[in-house]
Design a binder for this molecule. Structure first.
Ligand SMILES: Cc1ncc(COP(=O)(O)O)c(C=O)c1O
Length: 397
């Protein structure tokens, strides 16, 4: 038995897929254009990013990044706690706290590190972390790293949450309920009022990861907690800058004492370099634009609604809620990969998703920057290949 046996087994699987459709993961983008992305020397309409507000190539955001590069250089060259803390990080924290209506914020280098740091520093071995079965991997990894007991409840099901919390109500430690505001692979919104009410009844603390809702949903894009009027009832909110905020990085928002505690104890913060000046400045510029141009989130959601109704009309099985994300479900992995290839060849970039990430599907995400022409192009591409992938018998199963 060698450490590398699993690599050989994986390679055999990957080769089968590559021979059938090419490599569906890590497809390189040569450059972005106003119309989308150029890949393999061909233009593609981009329905595979998380650039929900269409700000990732906005001239104002790009200029903010360039100015920061010129002013501070390329790198912070160390952890914020040692030498990498910029006034820019603290300005961003103050504006995030104000925007999301929380007393304090702490900026991390990525969204993944935010969740890892928050959960691993806030929870202990005697605590129980109760997660929605579909929460993002970064939350699960953080919970596991903390040593706490991790239990899951059925997706967005308040009754099942109550059942799991009751089963652990006698344990000595604390209870933490962890959910996403918007589920990345389902495109649906968590029923936060019901979930928060159940958590409160059991005396549990609540964390909402709003990576996909922040900047998009709620008043002026204040996120899923604001949309549902529960921002003050949710104890901790985490966000990422890699989606609506057109950059890379993340933040936790909450009570000043808790945020200060994490500032000094979250290992993914202490032992990793600060986000770069350009990334931080770009996120700050995007946040300011998001506040003043709330139509952007609304447009992204409206585009997804139009896309979904067109796809459903062709017989595709589409899932998602009032968000910019929709998923088209398929029977098995191979169908997903074949559909991904066919749609890509028809000029549209989407994301193939297979187990263990989620059941087989193509993930599509809309942005405020999409035009009528982009949507038509996507719908035309799916229509052209529908005969090969829409199985009317699926509905009967
Ligand atoms: C729900 C959720 N949380 C956290 C993250 C991690 O964020 P980042 O990619 O910015 O590190 C992601 C990214 O995919 C996500 O979808």
């Amino acid at each position: 038995m060698s450490l590398f046996d699993k690599c050989r087994a994986f390679r055999a699987y990957a080769e089968t897929v590559r021979q059938a459709v090419g490599d569906p993961f890590y497809p390189p983008v040569q450059r972005y254009t106003a119309e989308g992305a150029v890949m393999g020397n061909e233009p593609r309409a981009m329905f595979g990013g998380n650039n929900y507000l269409g700000l990732a190539r906005d001239a104002r955001v790009v200029a903010a990044g360039v100015q920061a590069l010129e002013r501070y250089g390329t790198s912070s060259t160390g952890s914020r706690s040692m030498n990498g803390n910029l006034a820019l990080h603290e300005t961003l924290e103050a504006e995030l706290a104000d925007f999301f209506g929380k007393p304090a914020a702490l900026v991390f280098a990525t969204g993944y590190q935010t969740n890892l740091g928050v959960l691993s520093s806030m929870c202990r071995a005697q605590d129980t972390v109760v997660v929605d079965e579909y929460v993002h991997a970064s939350l699960l990894d953080g919970a596991r790293l903390s040593g706490a007991r991790v239990r899951s409840f059925l997706h967005s099901d308040p009754r099942d949450l109550a059942r799991v919390l009751e089963a652990h109500s006698d344990t000595a430690g604390n209870l933490l309920v962890v959910v996403d505001g918007v589920y990345s692979m389902e495109g649906d919104i968590a029923p936060l009022p019901e979930l928060v009410a159940v958590a409160r009844r059991q005396g549990a603390t609540v964390l909402v990861d709003d990576a996909h809702g922040a900047g998009v949903l709620g008043r002026e894009g204040r996120g899923t907690c604001s949309l549902h009027g529960v921002a003050t009832d949710v104890d901790l909110i985490t966000v990422t800058f890699s989606k609506a905020f057109a950059s890379v990085g993340g933040a936790v928002l909450g009570d000043a004492e808790a945020v200060d505690y994490m500032r000094y104890t979250a290992r993914s913060q202490l032992y990793s370099a600060a986000s770069t000046p350009a990334d931080t400045a770009a996120a700050l510029a995007a946040l300011r634009i998001a506040r003043t141009e709330p139509w952007r989130g609304e447009h992204a959601v409206a585009h997804a609604r139009r896309l979904a109704s067109g796809l459903a009309g062709m017989g595709y099985r589409v899932v998602g809620g009032a968000t910019p994300i929709r998923c088209v479900r398929f029977r098995d992995d191979l169908q997903v990969f074949k559909a991904w290839r066919a749609v890509m060849d028809a000029g549209v970039y989407t994301n193939p998703v297979v187990p263990p990430v989620a059941s087989p599907r193509l993930r599509l995400s809309c942005t405020a920057a999409h035009t009528e022409q982009d949507l038509t192009r996507a719908l035309d591409a799916f229509e052209r290949v529908a005969a090969a992938f829409v199985d009317p018998r699926e509905d009967e199963r």
